[in-house]
Design a protein around this ligand. Structure first.
Ligand code: GDP
Length: 296
């Protein structure tokens, strides 16, 4: 995963500073410069990088530190805290409760991995004892229902969809009603993605959300989209109130910086990451262990 390169570069910047004989303003500034460079190379938005730099500067006042303080340690801690800060919007997302019906709606562009992720999410909760179900409200892409059906069958998860109906709102409402009656405690609604951000897609998301009143809207983002992540995430946030993010394809060449941008744009936490095409290639996302791992 290319994210590891980001961690490697930041760790190197910190190590280089540690090799300096004195940790003075220049060594500190050089270190921050290298860290900023690593983040920019990983597609983190420019504004976020400059904010991060400013925050670390504010957190570490070298002149005010008493003699004998381990300045390296203080700077390392500030970098760690700031990376965590960037990935933590400060409020946890809704989490489904077993036995209590919840509706979770998935949004994201076509190809982001949305349908695959819906099944992974359902399967993950199934293993935890939930009774998940899947509703295919993507009437735009031919083959979307077949794909969901195939995935759902493989995972032995009940599904709902239609080859004939062209109104996604109608299908979403019917599916949710059906599974409420069947006492599913996690009704997952997969939606259309289209190819690009367009007004009609966002209007559709707004309508599906209004009709199904989801407890949580999850924005699924391809981890390799880079600098485009911020605007894309923000556009989805405006049409359906996104409450969580799942970043996919972090097994591939994704530089991962997009994840930081998506958190900033939606003010919502990353809850899982996708690390492959298979059902089990799915990991819970926890900020601190992730950043620790990133920094080695
Ligand atoms: P959708 O159009 O957003 O519903 O996207 P799909 O679920 O159809 O996924 C698009 C492609 O991405 C498929 O070939 C998936 O197998 C693949 N995919 C989804 N998630 C991941 C992931 O985490 N890693 C990798 N390598 N491929 C993924």
């Amino acid at each position: 995963m290319v994210l590891a390169q980001l961690g490697g570069s930041i760790s190197r910047a910190l190590a280089q500073m540690s090799n300096a004989t004195v940790i003075d303003d220049k060594a500190f500034a050089d270190c921050l410069h290298e860290i900023a460079r690593a983040l920019l190379q990983s597609d983190v938005q420019i504004r976020m990088v400059s904010d991060m730099r400013a925050n670390i500067r504010r957190a570490v006042n070298l002149d005010a530190l008493p003699a004998g303080t381990n300045k390296r340690r203080i700077i390392q801690q500030a970098v760690f805290a700031e990376l965590c800060n960037m990935l933590d919007p400060g409020k946890p997302s809704f989490t489904p409760t077993k036995g209590k019906p919840s509706v979770v709606m998935f949004v994201g562009l076509q190809g982001s991995g949305k349908t695959t992720t819906c099944t992974k999410y359902a399967h993950y909760h199934q293993l935890k004892g939930f009774k998940p179900s899947l509703v295919c409200a993507d009437t735009f892409r031919a083959g979307a229902f077949d794909q969901l059906k195939q995935n759902a069958t493989k995972a032995k998860i009940p599904y709902y969809g239609s080859y004939m109906e062209s109104d996604p709102v109608k299908i979403a409402v019917e599916g949710v009603e059906r599974f409420r009656k069947e006492k599913s405690d996690l009704i997952i609604v997969d939606t259309s993605g289209r190819h690009k951000q367009e007004a009609a897609l966002f209007e559709e998301m707004r309508q599906v959300a209004e009709a199904t009143k989801p407890d949580l809207v999850i924005f699924v983002m391809d981890g390799s989209i880079g600098q485009a992540a911020f605007d894309q995430a923000q556009a989805f946030k405006q049409s359906a109130s996104v409450g969580a993010v799942i970043v996919t394809k972090l097994d591939g060449h994704a530089k991962g910086g997009g994840a930081l941008s998506a958190v900033a744009a939606t003010k919502s936490p990353v809850v899982f990451i996708g690390t492959g095409e298979h059902m089990q290639d799915f990991e819970v996302f926890d900020v601190k262990p992730f950043v620790s791992r990133l920094l080695g």
